[in-house]
Ligand binder design. Structure first.
Ligand code: UT7
Length: 321
C-alpha cells in the first residue's frame, strides 16, 4: 500500500511579465534569456496574496479528488517564503478549507514537493493517513534582486496542489542533499541580528553561482533518475512522462541526454512560467493532467534539484479515477 494522485490544482498570478518587459529596466534581451534558459515569460504577484493562490489551488485539487477538508489526515506546504511566518501556509490553507488535520510547512527549496510526497508515503504506509494534501506556493519575485540580471530573469510566482490517497501508485522515491551554503544562498530578513547583537546584514536577495548550480543539476538529475528507476525495477525508457524541475531547458536536455529519451515524453512549461521553485513540478502536473495527457497506468517520473543543495526523484503510476 502506498499512494496515488487523486486530484490536482494550480493557480498563477494574473500579471505576466515578458522577457521584453524586463529589458525596460535591465541590461538583457529576449534572445539571451530564451536561448540560455528557454524562458519567454513568467507570472508575477502584484496585488494578490500568495496564500490566496495556495488556497485556490488546494480547493481545486480537493474538488478534483472528491475529498473534503474534513477528510484530510495531513497537510504539507512546500514553500521557502509564506506570507506569514506563523500561521504557516499549511495552517492558513487548513483554515480556509475547514480542516483540523496536522498541518506544517517544509522547505527543501525546489525539491520541496518531492520531499512532501515521500513524507506522505511514510504516513500512509505507517497507517497514519489516508488522504494527504500537498500544496506548494512560491513568491520568487519577492526573493530575487531585480537589479541582478543573472538571477531575476529566471524566476516566476505560482501555486499548485495535489491530493494523494492511500492505494497503489507510488513506485519509488529517492531524496538526497549535497550540503553547500554558498552556491545558492538567500538570507532571511533578520539574518543573525538581534537587539543584543547588531551586525552588518548580508545582502537580502538571492545569490547564485549559476555555473556551479548548472553542473550540480545535470549530475544530480541524472543520478536520481537512475536510482529511482533501479528502485522501481524499471529502466528510464519505461517511464511514460518526465516531469523535471523547470529551471532551464538546457539543464533538462543535458540531464536526460544519456538516457536517449524521446523528447515528446519530457513535459515543460518553463517558457510560460519560468522557474517557480518547488511549485514548478506541481503546476506542470496539474496543467498536463487537465489536458488529459496521462492515461491510467502511465508511469510519471518527477525529478528536481535546488538550494541546499537538495535533489530527488519520485516515480508514480497514474491511477487517478
Ligand atoms: O532552481 C535552481 C535555480 N538555479 C538555476 O537553475 C541556475 C542554473 N544555471 C543556469 O541556468 C545558467 O548558468 C544561467 C542561465 C544562470 C546562466 O547561463 P550561462 O550560459 O551559464 O551564462 P554565464 O553565467 O556564463 O554568463 C554568460 C554571459 C556573461 O557575460 P560575460 O561575462 O561573458 O560578458 C553574463 O554577464 O551572459 C551574461 N549574462 C546576461 N546577459 C544578458 C548573465 N545574465 C544575463 C542576462 N542577459 N539576463
Amino acid at each position: 500500500m502506498s499512494f496515488y494522485v487523486a486530484g490536482t490544482g494550480s493557480a498563477l498570478p494574473e500579471k505576466v511579465v515578458t522577457n521584453n518587459d524586463l529589458t525596460e529596466f535591465l541590461d538583457t534581451s529576449d534572445e539571451w534569456i530564451r536561448t540560455r534558459t528557454g524562458i519567454e515569460r513568467r507570472h508575477v504577484l502584484t496585488s494578490e496574496r500568495l496564500d490566496d493562490l495556495a488556497i485556490r489551488s488546494a480547493k481545486t485539487a480537493l474538488q478534483d479528488a472528491g475529498v473534503s477538508g474534513e477528510e484530510l489526515d495531513l497537510i504539507m506546504c512546500a514553500t521557502m517564503r509564506a506570507d506569514t511566518f506563523t500561521p504557516s501556509l499549511a495552517c492558513t490553507v487548513a483554515e480556509a478549507i475547514g480542516s483540523t488535520a496536522p498541518a506544517f510547512d517544509l522547505n527543501a527549496a525546489c525539491v520541496g514537493v518531492l520531499y512532501a510526497m515521500e513524507i506522505a508515503d511514510s504516513f500512509i504506509v505507517a497507517g497514519k493517513a489516508k488522504n494527504v494534501l500537498i500544496v506548494s506556493a512560491e513568491a520568487m519575485s519577492k526573493l530575487v534582486d531585480w537589479t541582478d540580471r543573472s538571477t531575476c530573469v529566471l524566476f516566476g510566482d505560482g501555486a499548485g496542489a495535489m491530493v494523494v490517497r492511500a492505494g497503489e501508485g507510488r513506485l519509488s522515491g529517492v531524496l538526497s542533499t549535497k550540503p553547500d551554503s554558498h552556491v545558492i544562498r538567500m538570507p532571511n530578513i533578520e539574518g543573525l541580528n538581534s537587539p543584543y547583537n547588531k551586525i552588518a546584514q548580508e545582502p537580502l536577495a538571492m545569490h547564485m553561482d549559476g555555473g556551479e548550480v548548472y553542473k550540480f543539476a545535470v549530475n544530480a538529475m541524472g543520478r536520481n533518475i537512475e536510482e529511482a528507476c533501479t528502485r522501481a525495477g524499471i529502466g528510464p525508457a519505461d517511464v511514460d512522462w518526465y516531469l523535471p524541475h523547470q529551471a532551464n531547458l538546457r539543464i533538462i536536455d543535458a540531464s536526460l541526454k544519456k538516457f536517449k529519451i524521446d523528447k515528446s515524453k519530457v513535459l515543460t512549461n518553463i517558457a510560460d512560467c519560468g522557474n517557480m521553485s518547488a511549485t514548478s513540478v506541481m503546476v506542470l502536473l496539474d496543467q498536463f493532467a487537465k489536458k488529459g495527457t496521462f492515461k491510467k497506468g502511465d508511469k510519471l517520473l518527477f525529478v528536481a534539484f535546488g538550494g541546499g543543495l537538495t535533489s530527488g526523484a519520485v516515480i508514480i503510476t497514474w491511477n487517478k479515477e
